[in-house]
Design a protein around this ligand. Structure first.
Ligand SMILES: C[S@@+](CC[C@H](N)C(=O)[O-])C[C@H]1O[C@@H](n2cnc3c(N)ncnc32)[C@H](O)[C@@H]1O
Length: 277
């Protein structure tokens, strides 16, 4: 009942204001038919702040776009869906093809650097950490960087604490038992795996050159939210963070327009990987 009032009450100028606010803050394009999304994601914020409608919420953020409530709205509108070993064929290809090659290339320095760009709550970066530990790389100098726009998800990622429902998604029982300890109703990742990953808040639209060089970058299930110009700029920046010949992995079903300028496509097992030129 209350949510229905929110939908019908949203004024066209406020709808446009929210679209522009989210685009300017995070680069996400929300089309004209996303009323249900605004309603379901912003409804709780309206309620928490004791407001009557999304229009009131717009009035509150209007004029102070970088304020806390403006950020809260942006974070509510981003999709943070993630899970352990998402797109298993990619992890299989890392284990069986990419890692053996990287180990050979880096056998002198025994140093490998990875980046989980748009890491959300950390399952992607930690899946990689466990895969590397399972591969016997404990004594190598391994650095995994996990970054996301949202400070909320980064805080959660840093904690290494996951709900039962989260460890039920994609994480093999053998790895749960080996790397996690039960902590009440949640599961805590052990320090060995946790210390391999450093998390930071980073907006992918900013310059990222200084983060590299990386051997492999995950940029999965985030490009779909951006327009072509933003995608192109992000691909260019990611390219600048990779070693020549380094790997970029997109989401299992993703392709990105304009990528061929900087990367060569390669089929590795049943996945497509992108090799930095
Ligand atoms: C659907 S999740 C993908 C998580 C993980 N990569 C995966 O595939 O499972 C998308 C993430 O992208 C982040 N994101 C959206 N726009 C961003 C931006 N401009 N800069 C950095 N991260 C952003 C969101 O906060 C969200 O956590």
């Amino acid at each position: 009942m209350a949510t229905q009032t929110l939908v019908t009450a949203i004024l066209p100028e406020n709808y446009r204001f929210l679209q522009e606010h989210i685009y300017s803050q995070v680069g996400i394009v929300l089309e004209d038919n996303k009323h249900y999304l605004f309603e379901s994601r912003l409804g709780p914020i309206v309620k928490d702040h004791g407001l009557k409608s999304i229009n009131d919420l717009c009035a509150l953020i209007h004029g102070k776009r970088n304020g806390e409530i403006g950020q809260e709205v942006v974070e509510a509108m981003t999709t943070n869906e993630t899970y352990f070993f998402r797109d298993p064929s990619q992890y299989d290809a890392i284990r069986t093809v990419l890692l053996p090659r990287l180990k050979e290339e880096r056998r002198d320095t025994r140093k490998l650097r990875f980046w989980s760009a748009a890491s959300s709550t950390g399952q992607e970066a930690y899946s990689l950490a466990m895969l590397l530990l399972e591969d016997g790389l404990k004594d190598w100098n391994i650095q995994i960087l996990g970054t996301d726009f949202s400070s909320k998800v980064i805080e959660r990622a840093r904690s290494g604490v996951f709900q039962q429902i989260e460890v039920n998604r994609g994480l093999p029982a053998s790895l749960l038992v080996k790397y996690f300890k039960r902590a009440g109703l949640t599961w805590q990742l052990n320090d060995v795996a946790r210390r391999m990953v450093r998390f930071d808040t980073i907006d992918l639209r900013k310059s990222m050159r200084t983060l590299g060089p990386f051997d492999l970058v995950f940029c999965r299930n985030v490009m779909i939210y951006f327009d072509n110009e933003t995608k192109r700029n992000i691909m260019k920046e990611i390219h600048s963070t990779l070693f020549r010949g380094g790997w970029l992995l997109l989401g299992g079903a993703e392709t990105v327009f304009g990528l061929d300028e900087w990367f060569d496509r390669q089929n590795v097992g049943s996945m497509t990987a992108y090799v930095a030129r």
